[in-house]
Design a protein around this ligand. Structure first.
Ligand code: SF4
Length: 423
């Protein structure tokens, strides 16, 4: 099976494959200098990046022009020199050319915790996106410094909910619901944020009796919230919120969507009063690409295929799949299967291709036949990794992600509530 990099190489004008543009693959630095903030080519290219989204300045030419072999040699040499003083983390969705240098590979929360297992590491280099580096800074030791190799590696979904819009929404909800608990002591509404959100929103949840969830524990967290509140305000991913609440028996008509650009989120008062879960108008442009038609085609081509999709996919896709689960769930399902199983997977292409390579005993393919990786993950290239690692060797910390303690402290409260929540 060709690697993602090989397939992307075929996506050239006149090439055999059509797709989102591959232009981020070889030279993401070309997009650092664009005058208007944008996520760059790939799945999120149509999403609007906020004006204050972090930008990456130009990195030295030696890293932009180095060959793959030279970067490889320099990264390995810098890592060897730094030894235990550095730990490199690689998200599941990161490209293979970067993941091969990672000391740990996992999802965002697994990686944030992995950093804690290396207390000798003064620097944590997070090959992922901005909110992940923030979470690592929140949970790591105070003397550890978190580095994001390319500051422009954001997350379009996380950027769809910002602290000002959520605060404004909260004020409107408080005006409508009041703040008094009901007879059983449940407050009118509990804020729940997905891990894929800014530190400011995690802090907001900590301050307002709320909690963080991951795609692995969203149902447990919603149960926790329903024990304490009459309703939930769930941000930023509408699909994870809807899929999870629906599986718990919440009717769709009691899940209004909140559009932050409209009064009362674009809803009438009664719909907001009747709500059990208010869903923020956010989504992941990678997982939004999966369709029911792709599942039908997989079933027609491979009778007996097992279709597993990520819960960030739209509800009709989750309903049509055999199973929905987090990246961790997908991995474990493949590990536990009898040899010879055919899997059609609905999540980011780099992870699917890696699973296919690691499990030749199964047939594993991505539901989306068009290679269109996460634009923001693709902002990290080995050139940036070499740049930050060699700077560390020289005693300089570049691209540090530091969350102010006034935000980190309540964010930690919301994360600790999540860890304490039990099914
Ligand atoms: S896959 Fe989606 S949620 Fe994950 S970093 Fe990319 S845009 Fe964000």
């Amino acid at each position: 099976m060709p690697s993602v990099a090989t397939t992307l190489n075929l996506i050239r004008p006149g090439g055999a494959v059509t797709s989102c543009s591959p232009a981020l693959k070889d030279a993401p630095w070309n997009f650092d200098a664009v005058p208007v903030p944008a996520y760059g080519p790939g799945s999120s290219m149509a999403d609007v990046a906020p004006a204050d989204t972090p930008r990456q300045g130009e990195i030295p030419a030696e890293y932009r022009t180095a060959t793959d072999e030279e970067l490889d040699r320099r990264i390995l040499a810098a890592k060897a020199t730094l030894g235990d003083r550095v730990v490199v983390l690689g998200h599941f969705y990161q490209r293979d050319e970067v993941v091969k240098y990672a000391d740990f590979v996992g999802d965002s929360f697994q990686l944030a915790n992995a950093a804690r297992s290396r207390p000798a590491a003064e620097a944590i280099v997070f090959c992922g996106v901005h909110f992940m580096a923030e979470t690592a800074d929140i949970v790591s030791n105070a003397d550890q410094q978190v580095i994001l190799p390319n500051l422009a590696a954001g997350c379009s979904m996380a950027d769809m909910a910002d602290i000002d819009s959520v605060t404004e929404c909260w004020e409107q909800l408080e005006e409508l619901y009041g703040t008094e608990p009901d007879a059983s002591g449940r407050v009118p509404v509990i804020p729940v944020t997905y891990m894929n959100s800014s530190a400011a929103l995690k802090g907001f949840c900590g301050e307002h009796g709320g909690i963080v969830c991951t795609s692995s524990n969203a149902a447990t967290v919603l149960e926790w919230a329903f024990e304490r509140g009459q309703r939930v305000l769930f941000f930023p991913d509408q699909h994870l919120g809807r899929n999870t609440a629906k599986a718990m028996g919440v009717p769709l008509e009691r899940m209004p969507m909140w559009n932050p650009r409209k009064p009362l989120g674009g809803n009438d008062e009664q719909a907001v009063l009747d709500a059990r879960v208010i869903l923020w108008h956010g989504f992941c442009s990678v997982h939004k690409r999966f369709t029911v038609a792709q599942i039908e085609k997989a079933r027609a081509d491979f009778p007996g295929v097992r279709v597993i999709v990520h819960p960030e996919c739209p509800m009709p896709v989750v309903d049509a799949a055999d199973e929905a689960g987090s990246t961790d769930y997908i991995q474990k399902a493949i590990l536990a299967a009898e040899p010879g199983q055919v899997f059609a997977i609905g999540t980011e292409i780099n992870m699917v291709q890696r699973l296919a390579a690691e499990h030749p005993e199964h047939t594993i393919f991505c539901l989306d036949p068009v290679v269109c990786p996460c634009s923001t993950m693709y902002r990290i290239h080995p050139g940036y990794l070499a740049w930050v690692l060699e700077a560390l060797v020289g005693g300089e910390v570049l691209n540090r992600i530091s969350v102010d303690e006034s935000v980190a402290a309540p964010a930690r409260v919301a994360l600790e509530r999540m860890l304490a929540a039990r099914p």
